[in-house]
Write a protein that binds this ligand. Sequence first.
Ligand code: ADP
Ligand code: MG
Length: 518
Amino acid sequence: MSSPNYGVWRPMAENVEFNAMDSNSNAVMAVADTVRTTLGPKGLDKLLIDQAMNRHISNDGVTILLSLRAIHPVARMIVEIAERQEQLVGDGTTTAVVMAAEMIKEGKRLVRELGVHPTKVVEGIESGVRHACDLLEKETKNITLDGVMLEQIVKTSLSSKLDGKQLASLVISALRMVGRNAVYDGSFNFDKSIMVIRKTNMEDKVVNGIVLERKRLDPEMPLDVKGPKIMIVKLDLKPVKESWLKENTKYQDILTMENDRLVKAKQIVDSIVATGANAVMIASPEIDQVVEDLLVAKKVFAVRISTEEIEHLSRYTGAKPVRLLEDLKKPDILGNSRHVYEDEQDELIYVETGSNQNMVTIIVSGSTKETSQERWRAVLDGINAAEAALNSGVVAGGGSAELHIIEKVKKLRLKGLEQVGLDVVMSALESIMRQILTNAGFNGLEKVMAARSSPEGFGIDINTGEPVDMWKIGIIDPLLVKTMALKAAGEIAKSVLRIDRNLAAEDLSPQAVSETKR
Ligand code: ADP
Ligand code: MG
């Protein structure tokens, strides 16, 4: 389709046309079509290929979206929304994109075929989404840490992933190991208590403790310390700096400095050892070779850590970071754990079972970097789903919760034409189950009709195609994932439907824009 340019406007990027409604909604459909077939447990995979012919097979909505080389600005918008959904609740990205596409398709039809003004459609979407979220909230059930529903939520969330079953059991055991220790200010936050690291070519496992992807400072240090006294060091471990030496420094000065270096290093190491510490986690920026050698001589286990790791280790072992030499005299600086050791082959350091037992590490592996990345993302999805479910409850999965509120949304009476905007939200609510079932090889629409005439909580069994109570078979989703996805979809749909022209602009970088404002 050619754009009416009249030779007036500067042309835009290829494929971005002035006629906004078509160009933009096509872009949304194109993006949605790339991920919609991955939705649900029977979703198909995508083969991603980059320009250097690197390839990767993925079934994960966000991974696929983030790797697309989409240039259309509206396509990029969808990718950004998906990314935001991932950050906010960590699951439900494909759901959000599929609903957004449905809303835009239906909205465009209303505008084009029935001549409804876009602002009316947008207002209808706004009320519809708000109302649908309230209705979903009313359907919510609460779950507990030790109940069977925790297992169901994790399994449902991972059912579409590579090795979903295996990963679900890792996640569930990690969740239960940290348990209520992950509650902060009344709600669960597993970010602080479950670390997930990705490796290649080793066994998946859950470790009751912290695992650092590091090696000892020196290979001659002990490999393994039972019942270590742990110290976290932020001291200046390079007491004499080489940069102090000037070109014309006298030999005598150098000697004095070198002596000074030895004395100070010895003083530091001696005072560390005097506290009884035998496993030192070092977050200092530089470590003098002499300090390192002395630590080796004293048979101390030492490893470098990052500033972020300080927090984890400190909370887990009870060790207080030592910043000044004076701090070494304080009584409560050392932390404890049952065992600190390095696995030389996998280049991992384990700090197992600290005195404050509230950290668990899941190690996910894969045969290639990409598979391990994909499995790592899946594990995070599972943890996030559990967190959202524990904090805000669950609804029936497989698109069933959404489907069964349609009748109630319909009853919402809006004045005038906004009422038709509700249709947009209703088709989006229906689209999830339809897509999941289409992906499973059924006639989606037909199966949705069958589910709709079944009681609340019913959906379609993905294997037999028969109506089934989703609660009974344990297919459940976190409320928060559903409402966030619905809101995100509504946001995109509203912005896309409101645009009537795409225009080529001069510089829109934040800097240029702030200059024109001045
Ligand atoms: P998203 O990126 O949106 O999380 P997924 O591919 O993870 O997409 O699919 C999630 C959807 O699949 C949820 O609506 C969930 O209820 C549904 N689902 C998972 N397992 C089943 C199942 N066995 N039967 C029907 N629906 C399922
Ligand atoms: Mg998911």
